[in-house]
Design a protein around this ligand. Structure first.
Ligand code: NAD
Length: 371
């Protein structure tokens, strides 16, 4: 197939890990006869330096026109002044909103060879293969915010949490569709014993699943209990769907199951566009720009490479090629070709580009096995 992919390496280790992800994409294109046009543009701190804004119009235009967007990470101490008018994260939030990306997917799989890197006991991690789908463009992060002075000299701060039926329906549909292709279990997380938005969330979820996904097994879990169950019985979860703030917190907690944030990918999806056979999406490793590692060639590129696999699956529909990247990554982990964050005490430590090259090497082997 022919596809245009916008590549936004960003700041810190972003360019280093993105280089390995694009290498994997080029290897896929080469071996399966696709034509991927990879077009780079600045986003975040580097865009502030170059153009005075974290999301230049030319970057946004490129992303709108592209079939999918691959991102590294943005931010760093250089642009961290809280009083600054323009900040790198504004670029990322602006891009997600402009592209209508409302469903954030974070899969967490724990490879047996990496169990020792997790703070949880290895026996708890057996069989962990879960996907959190977080609502990304609504809720308290996007509601009205106010600060007012009080007569007693103090202040009152208010953040409004609001959800509408349609916002809940579309993300629940996205999650249920994904659950249908997995083990068919959906856990909806809310705080319905306290919050009105959660009561609406629960009612809408129940109706959508009953009306449209009769084969899905649905359970409702309160967010505080879910935080506990994620540590106590993580292997029981298949797909978790939840609102923006709960998802923000639970996904970081869930990421610790895998041992390092360096190995985890993410996708942010919008609705399919009529007339296009690709679906808009933004793909990025879940980690930040890791200024402590930037420029050293030590960052783990697997999260970025697995994000490229998600791009192939969800935006381009190239399921076989996505699975090939995932199999190549698993094989590299089994061979112990790992960066320092997951290598384990006394084991050899490999550089970012060695890990990327090993994945490309395995892709060739995977292809030979399948063709
Ligand atoms: P971080 O994810 O950058 O780093 C946290 C820790 O994890 C650090 O010790 C880092 O060395 C390590 N780490 C991160 N990625 C790694 C990788 N690929 N391989 C090995 N180790 C890795 O989070 P932070 O330190 O809180 O934030 C640093 C900067 O990144 C900040 O400016 C923050 O705003 C930004 N940030 C950006 C994004 C994004 O672009 N989506 C997300 C989170 C943070």
């Amino acid at each position: 197939m022919n596809a245009t992919i916008a590549v936004l390496p960003g700041d810190g280790i972003g360019p280093e890990v993105t280089a390995e992800a694009t290498r994997a994409l080029r290897a896929v294109a080469d071996r399966w006869d696709h034509r991927f046009e990879l077009r780079e543009a600045p986003l975040g701190g580097c865009a502030i330096d170059a153009a005075g804004t974290p999301l230049p119009e030319s970057t946004l235009e490129l992303c709108r026109a592209a079939d999918a967007v691959l991102l590294g990470a943005v931010g760093g101490p250089r642009w961290d002044d809280p009083a600054a008018r323009v900040r790198p994260e504004q670029g990322l939030l602006g891009l997600r909103k402009a592209l209508g990306l409302y469903a954030n997917l974070r899969p967490v799989r724990v490879h047996p060879a990496l169990r020792a890197a997790s703070p949880l006991r290895p026996e708890r991690l057996e069989g962990v293969d879960l996907l959190v789908v977080r609502e990304l463009t609504g809720g308290i992060y996007f509601g009205d915010k106010r600060r007012e002075r009080l007569p007693d000299g103090g202040e009152r701060a208010t953040d409004v949490c609001a959800y509408e039926t349609a916002e809940i329906e579309r993300v629940v549909r996205a999650a249920a569709t994904l659950a249908t292709g997995r083990r068919g279990r959906l856990t909806s997380v809310d705080k319905a014993n306290v919050l009105e938005t959660s009561r609406l969330w629960r009612a809408v979820t129940r109706r959508v699943i009953a009306d449209e996904f009769p084969d899905i097994t649905l359970e409702h879990v309160l967010v505080d209990a879910c935080a506990m169950h994620l540590l106590r019985r993580p292997a029981d979860f298949d797909v978790i769907v939840t609102e923006n703030m709960f998802g923000d917190i639970l996904t970081d907690e869930a990421s610790m199951l895998a041992g390092s944030i360096g190995v985890l990918p993410s996708a942010s999806l919008g609705d399919p566009v009529p007339g296009r056979d690709t679906r808009p999406g933004l793909y990025e490793p879940i980690h930040g720009s890791a200024p402590d590692l930037a420029g050293r060639g030590e960052a783990n590129p697997l999260g970025a490479i697995l994000s490229a696999a998600m791009l192939l699956r969800h935006s381009l529909g190239l399921v076989r090629e996505a699975a090939a990247i995932e199999a190549a990554v698993a094989a590299v982990i089994e061979d112990g070709i790992l960066t320092g964050d997951v290598a384990g005490a006394g084991a050899p430590v490999h550089r970012t580009e060695e890990v990327g090259a090993a994945v490309v090497g395995k892709l060739t082997a995977v292809k030979e096995a399948h063709v």
